[in-house]
Design a protein around this ligand. Sequence first.
Ligand code: NAD
Length: 506
Amino acid sequence: MNKPSDTQSIETVSLWVNGRKQATASSRLGEVTNPATGAVTRRVPFCNRADIDAAVAAAQAAFPKWRDTPPLRRARVMQKFLQLLQANQKDLARLVSEEHGKTLPDATGSVQRGIEVVEFACGVPHLLKGEYSEDVGTGVDCHTVRQPVGVCAGITPFNFPVMVPLWMFPVAIACGNTFVLKPSEKVPSASMRMAELAKDAGLPDGVLNVVHGDKEAVDAILNHPGINAVSFVGSTPIAKYIYETCAKNGKRVQALGGAKNHAVVLPDADLEFAADALIGAAYGSAGERCMAISAVVAVGAAADPLVALLRKKAEAIVIGAGDKEGVDMGPLVTRQHRDKVTGYIDQGVKEGAKLVVDGRGQKVPGYEGGFFLGTTLFDHVTPEMKIYQDEIFGPVLAVLRAKTLEDGIALVNRNPYANGTAIFTESGGAARRFENEIQVGMVGVNVPIPVPVAFFSFGGWKNSLFGDLHVHGVEGVKFYTRTKVITSRWPHQDTPAPGFNMPTLG
Ligand code: NAD
């Protein structure tokens, strides 16, 4: 790792507890790098149990008052927060690009998708309304209320430093909860900036807290008796661990995991259109998206012309630093991750896949220390190969071949991941069959990355999500609230005698 000579000048990121920056109680620090240059730009505290205790204590102290704040007043804070996010969108995107490596336009788009969740959160009061039934028994009424669950925590991945935290805390907070956010230690700065903006928007101290770190901080969250619900987004092994640990500890949990997203391309598709869509979906953000297309299933006669188009377009992609004009694809997040992805390319060659475009050895003049890797395209990949089975999370696209739509659907359905998928076709009948039979949580029809808009919910199936409810949209509101059912009778003329049988109310 390249380190600047004057290590004293490197800022250490703070925690955000009770509405202000705080130093860590831990002696462990990590390093944040600029992936384009390889330079260490910041240090990040690896929080310990005492740090987590302090953040949870602040969130617990803030909860009673925030819970009792009328939903409309909470929504007004969200409206102000929305305005501040919009006003600071460019700066947030710059922070994302600087710590993650993605291009500025891509980072700006991801911040926009996060902002849209805050727009949704402004309308949450409407979704907090309960139900009411009069006379469920003689003189007996029944109603429901949705109440906040208490202190919630969010643990987020490196690849969307603004959008994924915004999937969580605005909805939780608008529902009346307080929140402890632990962003990825690779990209800590955007979360700190959002916490400052939330305070400027009028969010009371302690409602949103930000801690940093690795497994030690996460375990302290998972085992903390003061935390009632945990939202997680990250890789599948960790998602499974989060789900199991929270379940053991009696916490409400949603744990979104990794992915292997397939696009099925039928011979009747507009192949030029499909290839353009696939190139963006495979190589955008250097393939480091949970909804990236990493496997193309070319059906029948689509295969050869599609691979030829993909090759031409993959070779034309401009690779460079994310903040440079005209760049399509930036570096990978860390050197270690770049080397891991390179290892998969070596393995694919050994496994006998046909390497059509080789991204190894990519150089970017002036950025020799950066974590760059070129676009890579494999053809004739089979389900037995590791490059198909594993989530590579880099700019590596694998083409598999299937004889029929039926074979293509069966192949996708055998994969243990099930986050997103897409079909490219001109046939309504084929698309409808795909929509109906595919065992995947989010489906695109001629849409390569079908990330639902904020007022729908986001989530995969199978190993891509452990838990019952997706994030944001109505499912997010359900996750962050508990239903209480109240049955009431007001004694008046016919006071019933005490009873010992199961009440039937009628
Ligand atoms: P990751 O699982 O390594 O880390 C995610 C979070 O878990 C981070 O905050 C990290 O600090 C923490 N963590 C890491 N190791 C841990 C451990 N051993 N114990 C406890 N906590 C731990 O994921 P990542 O590399 O940051 O992000 C990439 C992954 O996230 C990919 O698998 C990608 O598909 C997935 N992802 C999924 C979605 C989705 O919506 N399903 C969205 C974005 C990213």
